[in-house]
Design a protein around this ligand. Sequence first.
Ligand code: FES
Length: 125
Amino acid sequence: MRLRRELFRLKNQKPLPNITFIDPDGTRRQFEATVGQTLLEVGQENGIDLEGACEACMACSTCHVIVDEEWYARLEPSSEDEKDLLDLVFNLERTSRLGCQIHITDELDGLVVSLPRGHLNLQDG
Ligand code: FES
């Protein structure tokens, strides 16, 4: 993925989107992302605690993130299926989203998301 990101940077001659993850203890970590990746992929690639147990099939909610208020309205709206799953997540917030459903674009440069205190794998019943 890092090679793909370098090629993308050289080809497009513009900076890559930066994404900030905030751990439950307040630790902030910022990473470069590639346009087209999902937020879940960015997190997993950089060791963020996002399991993604269902591999983006919208069945587990282990990719739950809480989007910074400033950024929430700039995201593509949630689908009905995503909203239905979010209704079942642990620690639901008004700006909760599934990381597997957020696709990185240039416009999301600067996106800030927080990790909830714990995830519930809804596949476990
Ligand atoms: S990875 Fe399972 S809902 Fe996102």
